[in-house]
Design a protein around this ligand. Structure first.
Ligand code: PA5
Length: 449
């Protein structure tokens, strides 16, 4: 397929020193079996496959409601607090970091209110400093939790709800809160119904880390002025590409190659970017693959680095440390803005050889140089190329990785859609906090501390 059709191109020259063509072909054949498991909807966890069709099912009345809230809040909120954690946080955070001007508030670029996050940690200092901001600004809040019972966002929401009600009164506060949660279950749904908040439903068959293309991700994006129609269009186009059952399917290829490298002892996959706007995209990706595959003693460890920044910190290890890793580089071909290196008559800094060159050209050479150095150092390289960073391509990337993750986890024989291990810390935390019902465990744990 041509580049335009694929939206994402995969360049595998950087793994050829490490694997044979025959091994690649065999792994692609296995990935196609996993593709069949996914698309026939007969594999483990198949009651959580709603995300497969999300971009095609495009719920335009939901999107209209999101845009209405965005228009309403634009005039009355300078800040919107988005409360959520894990899959109810990272997709929105990734999209906003990728697509919104990082200095929008300072420049007063008024595409929408400033979005800040809460409930993604339990830091008291973070909360206190956030409240300092909310004391000064007009604001509104979105609370996102599929279960409606997750401790971190529940605590943050209790604090923010109280603050909003004190600042604006109960009635006005209710117009400044939107809840995104299950259609009927969970404490948050109960609170939303009791207080009369506007709500959006997270579909039953979409798990947290696959929910970025539901209101979980789209509502914060709409509020920040991101073109959610373009995002869905990009994802829908990528869905068509991923659904094509062929050896050339890029999601199948990516899943095949990462599993092939895993089988050769490359147990860590590093997602690499050369653009700081993708830092949180990598965090989203880490959750997606980490929670989907890290089970039953299996799974690649998903890590990430931001180059060239981290070439000055992690570069040494990647070049010469333990040979347990491969890199997947997310390569954005074109910058959205132009900026060149100027010339200096004295050339005191010796940089005139770059005069007139766009900074992105320098970045490209850094990419090429790093790739070759790391391959020489024993680090295989898969390159995923996207034309530019915009809403449509980001939508495509979200869908691409979700699909590839489903295929990849089925290759490992794992259920990609549960997360039993996440419960263990919660049980201990509840027990140590003295939550009713956890007394016995609490006593046992205290003896060990
Ligand atoms: O992917 C997942 O299921 C988790 O990371 C959840 O998104 C996270 O634990 C938050 O859960 P909830 O949305 O129920 O508050």
């Amino acid at each position: 397929m041509e580049r335009e059709d694929n939206m994402i191109d995969i360049d595998i020259k950087g793994i050829t020193p490490f694997v044979t063509t025959q091994e690649i072909e065999l792994s692609i054949a296995k990935a196609l079996e996993a593709y069949d498991t996914l698309t026939s909807r007969k594999g483990r966890g198949n009651d959580y496959l709603g995300w497969l069709d999300l971009p095609a099912d495009n719920n335009s009345s939901n999107q209209d409601r999101m845009k209405q809230i965005a228009a309403e809040w634009k005039s009355k909120a300078q800040v919107v607090v988005v409360i959520g954690i894990g899959g109810s946080y990272l997709g929105a955070k990734a999209a906003l970091e990728a697509l919104v001007h990082p200095f929008a508030s300072e420049l007063e670029i008024n595409e929408g209110p400033r979005i800040v996050f809460a409930g993604q940690n339990l830091s008291q200092d973070y909360m206190a400093e956030l409240v300092d901001l909310l004391e000064e600004k007009e604001y509104a809040a979105i609370v996102i939790s599929k279960s409606g019972t997750t401790t971190e966002p529940a605590i943050a929401f209790r604090i923010i709800k109280n603050h909003l009600e004190t600042k604006y009164g109960k009635e006005e506060a209710a117009t400044r809160i939107v809840a995104v949660t299950d259609k009927s279950r969970g404490a948050l749904k109960g609170v939303a119904s009791k207080e009369g908040y506007r709500t959006f439903v997270i579909p039953d068959d979409v798990g947290g880390r696959y929910s970025v293309l539901t209101p979980v991700g789209l509502l914060p994006m709409a509020l920040a002025g991101v073109d959610i129609d373009q995002m869905i269009k990009g994802a829908a186009k990528m869905r068509g590409i991923c659904m094509d059952r062929s050896r050339g399917n890029i999601a199948v290829q990516y899943a095949a190659l990462r599993n092939l490298l895993y089988g050769k002892g490359k147990t860590t996959e590093i997602l690499v970017n050369f653009n700081p706007k993708l830092q949180y995209f990598a965090e989203w990706w880490k959750q997606l693959f980490g929670e989907s595959e890290g089970k039953e003693g299996k799974g690649l460890f998903p890590a990430s680095v931001n180059f060239t920044t981290d070439l000055h910190s992690m570069g040494q290890y990647i070049q010469e440390g333990e040979r347990i890793m491969f890199e997947t580089v997310l390569d954005i071909r074109q910058a959205n803005r132009k900026y060149s290196v100027g010339s200096d008559p004295s050339d005191a800094d010796g940089l005139n050889f770059l005069a007139g060159m766009e900074v992105e050209q320098v970045n490209k050479k850094a990419r090429a140089g790093t790739k070759l150095a790391h391959i020489d150092g024993g680090v295989p390289n898969i390159q995923l190329e996207v034309e530019r960073l915009d809403a449509s391509n980001l939508g495509a990337l979200f869908y691409f990785f979700e699909f590839a993750c489903g295929v990849s986890a089925y290759m490992l024989g794992i259920n990609p859609f549960d997360q039993p291990g996440v419960e263990d810390y919660k049980k201990n935390m509840f027990a140590l906090l003295g939550k009713p019902g956890y007394e016995e465990l609490g006593a046992k744990l205290k003896e060990r501390l």
